[in-house]
Design a protein around this ligand. Structure first.
Ligand code: HEC
Ligand code: HEC
Ligand code: HEC
Length: 189
């Protein structure tokens, strides 16, 4: 009898945790097949003009745009080797995770225009764009969200999914200072 409890209890706890975390997840991937399309598709003719707020230039000037190439260096390979990895940093999923999408790269979630060497890119933060990139969808925020756009209300908590002590080079994260370096709002008309 006792032994059975030892077995059953952890299973119940596990199912409970799965249930709780599932119900707290943001409504990402509702249809389950949104795809990553890459920076140039996201930017299109829009997110580079003065009127729209020059998101492309701001992102290009940020270190996020270099996050993958950073891994292609002797310094990065040494950090990976010191951590016990046997592959170069740019081929080590545990490094690539934070330096591109914030999760593992899955081939079936990519369109051919996606380019991992663009590092931490628009869709790393805004969600896979295949279904919300259309102007008719993009114009309507609610429709965009239903089609995969992620809007952040808890920005600091979002940033620290990557900016945390799991980063081998972590030097702390001052949200206000860091947001100031990368903010790219749409100007108010
Ligand atoms: C998907 C992971 C990821 C997310 C999410 C993320 N970052 Fe980063 N960030 C990085 C990586 C990786 C670097 C280092 C890039 C490099 O140096 O090659 C970086 C670098 C930066 C830098 C440059 C640091 C410096 O010293 O100038 C700033 C600023 C920054 N991030 C701000 C933010 C802010 C603000 C947020 C949230 C709105 C955020 N990041 C979200 C991964 C991420
Ligand atoms: C490191 C994460 C990060 C990256 C990379 C990033 N963004 Fe953002 N972006 C944010 C956050 C956070 C906000 C403010 C909150 C929100 O609107 O979700 C924002 C806001 C915006 C807004 C303004 C929305 C509004 O209503 O004012 C636009 C447009 C935008 N981003 C487009 C882009 C484009 C295009 C790229 C790529 C060239 C990009 N972003 C790259 C995190 C990021
Ligand atoms: C938890 C997310 C995360 C992981 C995992 C991660 N990085 Fe980073 N990496 C970052 C962030 C964020 C930065 C920006 C500086 C900082 O705050 O750590 C960064 C910066 C760097 C830099 C630039 C150094 C600097 O001082 O700015 C190098 C090189 C680097 N990472 C290599 C690696 C390697 C190699 C691995 C795998 C062993 C790895 N990273 C794993 C998030 C991560």
């Amino acid at each position: 009898m006792r032994k059975k409890i030892y077995f059953v209890l952890p299973v119940i706890v596990f199912i409970g945790i799965m249930f709780l975390t599932a119900s707290h997840n943001p409504p990402l991937n509702i249809s389950g097949d949104f795809k990553y399309v890459g920076v140039s598709t996201c930017v299109g003719a829009c997110h580079k003009t003065d009127a729209q707020g020059k998101q492309l230039d701001i992102w290009k000037a940020s270190k996020h745009a270099q996050a993958f190439t950073t891994l292609q260096s002797a310094d990065a390979d040494k950090i990976a080797a010191d951590k016990g990895f046997t592959t170069p940093a740019a081929e080590t999923p545990a490094c690539v995770k934070c330096h591109v999408l914030g999760k593992d790269i899955v081939e079936s979630e990519l369109e051919s225009t996606f380019d991992k060497t663009e590092g931490v890119q628009c869709e790393s933060c805004h969600g896979p764009g295949s279904d919300y990139k259309k102007l008719s969808v993009m114009k309507d925020k609610q429709k965009s969200i239903e089609n995969g756009l992620v809007v952040h209300t808890e920005k600091e908590a979002f940033c620290t999914q990557c900016h945390n002590s799991d980063s081998p080079t972590f030097k702390g994260f001052n949200y206000d200072e860091m947001w100031d370096k990368i903010k790219h709002p749409k100007p108010v008309e």
